[in-house]
Write a new protein. Structure first.
Length: 345
């Protein structure tokens, strides 16, 4: 059942006061801050109704109320007005990402540090998954007779180097021809498609007695057999920020949170939602299906161009995070990271 206008205003006032103070909000504070002109007694009646409806809870008998995840969901979906980023903050984000250099791993770690520093929350960055990345090019370098360095470049700046064995008679010129052949054959295919194609192409090369193509494909197979990263890397930064939050003074609660942050599969599942939906996603409390995250909020946004995101960035913090301020930070950072990757890779 939709809230009446005055119930919505009381709830909004409580949420904004709670975001600022982390303390239960009493009727006198609401009466002073709202524009309704109601007495504290009238406010208490409305707060009682909101509590019964599941929007507020009372941590102690004599205390004020705190908003629940249900209240924050209504606030986010119907009330919140996002605060635009200033030019100085946008420039800071761009400059910090640029300073990371050209290595994709360095860029992603800098992104995570930047997010945690700007938000004072825990930041999470999911690196591109090599299994879903597209082939851009392959190069070979002769190290010694029978020993070749393979440099595999994938979409999104992923670079993999492998040393493989081949026959001692392979020359540098042979390697250039092999690389050109493979680049023509596999560019813009996913790694899964490349692996499947290698088997078919090797059969065809054997039938046509094309020794050089067979050699190229054999070297590619050796390189790709090693390129089987099971999951994306997860980069977490800013864990100490949680220690400064009043919600995490309880040692047991903090230990459980640390366990979740160290369990990469849980974080991957959380951020995969934004990768699959290709939009910013905010997950509140029990929406995460993780008991340890019941008092937390998660803001995630995808990065990367195309029909499927390459990865995601996000923030994890208390349920009372300042979403109006932090959602634009996450969105702009994801956009800046996408533009940087497009420019260089």
């Amino acid at each position: 059942m939709p809230l009446a206008e005055r119930e919505r205003e009381v709830l909004t006032t409580i949420i904004e006061a709670y975001v600022a103070s982390a303390a239960p909000v009493g009727s006198r504070i609401v009466s002073k801050r709202s524009s309704l002109g109601l007495s504290a007694a009238s406010i208490r009646n409305i707060m009682a109704d909101l509590t019964e409806a599941g929007y507020l809870e009372q941590p102690h008998t004599s205390a004020g109320r705190v908003p629940t995840a249900k209240a924050f969901r209504l606030y986010l979906d119907q009330v919140m007005q996002v605060a635009p980023l200033g030019e100085d903050q946008m420039r800071r984000i761009r400059d910090n990402l640029t300073l990371a250099g050209l290595e994709i791993d360095d860029v992603l770690r800098q992104t995570s540090r930047l997010l945690s520093g700007l938000s004072l929350q825990v930041s999470v960055v999911i690196a591109p998954n090599p299994a879903g990345a597209r082939f851009k090019r392959i190069d070979f370098s002769l190290l010694n007779p029978g020993l070749v360095m393979v440099i595999l470049v994938l979409q999104g700046g992923l670079v993999r180097k492998r040393v493989i064995e081949t026959t001692p008679d392979v020359t540098g010129d042979d390697l250039v021809v092999c690389a050109n052949y493979l680049n023509h054959l596999f560019t813009d295919r996913t790694l899964a498609e490349v692996r499947a194609s290698i088997v078919r192409e090797m059969d065809e090369a054997r039938r046509s007695l094309n020794a050089l193509c067979l050699r190229a494909l054999t070297m590619a197979r050796s390189a790709f057999e090693q390129e089987r990263a099971p999951a994306s890397e997860v980069i977490v930064d800013g864990t100490p920020n949680m220690l400064a939050q009043p919600e995490f003074t309880d040692a047991e609660h903090m230990r459980e949170l640390m366990r979740v942050l160290e369990e990469r599969t849980i974080l991957l599942d959380l951020l995969d939602k934004t990768v699959n939906e290709l939009k910013t996603v905010i997950i509140l409390g029990d929406e995460s299906d993780q008991a340890a995250l019941a008092d937390l909020g998660v803001i995630t946004a995808p990065y990367g161009s195309g029909s499927r995101a390459q990865g995601a960035i996000g923030l994890i913090g208390p349920l009372r995070m300042d979403y109006a301020r932090l959602v634009p930070v996450v969105n702009y950072t994801a956009g800046a990271l996408t533009r940087l990757l497009d420019r260089h890779y």
